[in-house]
Design a protein around this ligand. Sequence first.
Ligand SMILES: [Zn+2]
Length: 242
Amino acid sequence: MRRLVSAWQSLRVRDFALRAQRCPYCGPSLIVRLRRDETGVRCVRCGASAVHLAIGWALRRYAPRLEASAVCELSARGPLARHLACAARSAALSEYRSDVTPGAERDGVRCEDVQSLRYADASFDLVTHTEVLEHVADDTRAFAELRRVLRSGGLMLFTVPLHEGPTRERARLRHGAIEHLLPAAYHGDPLRGGGAIVVFRDYGADIVTRLLAAGFSGAWIESADAAHGYWGHARAVVCARR
Ligand SMILES: [Zn+2]
């Protein structure tokens, strides 16, 4: 709701559009466009953003039997987490908090660091996350961890902001401090009241190559499906573990 309110507050009148459309989470709904970017698109019923809509449609297409699936999602709130908690056989939901030991809880929510997950090997049929990996210092470790917790035959669906050209490292960790290689970039973090979190890299389409190098199979970027009619360029990345 806070995201929806902040989206309303940044409404640009010329960009405003409203369309009756099906939402992958809540069914027949209205999708509103407040601005011409991914953060300006919302389902008015459940608040799903363009990113959530993209991964929601990918879920419907590639993970139709959620009721039989053990799922790991790297957030504990929002339409995707709510949907998985209701629809999946089991849903391990977590948040990242730098001041909480991975595996421990804060305010009833499990905390996990994708670079060092506390889940057992081969625990999940499906792993999902949205707009996480660009904020992770060591994504090679993250990919290895995400693959480790997937069962053979399991699937990972996720989103990151995708840019033109090859992946560019924007920052790195050196001796525990962030060193910027390009002008510093930050994204808002709703969990911490909208405070900024650093962007470690801009991913390009070669994220598929990175996933294959990390041992995933059949990695691809789901094209934005015009039939679903959402605005923006949010696209889901799909990969499997053999
Ligand atoms: Zn919805």
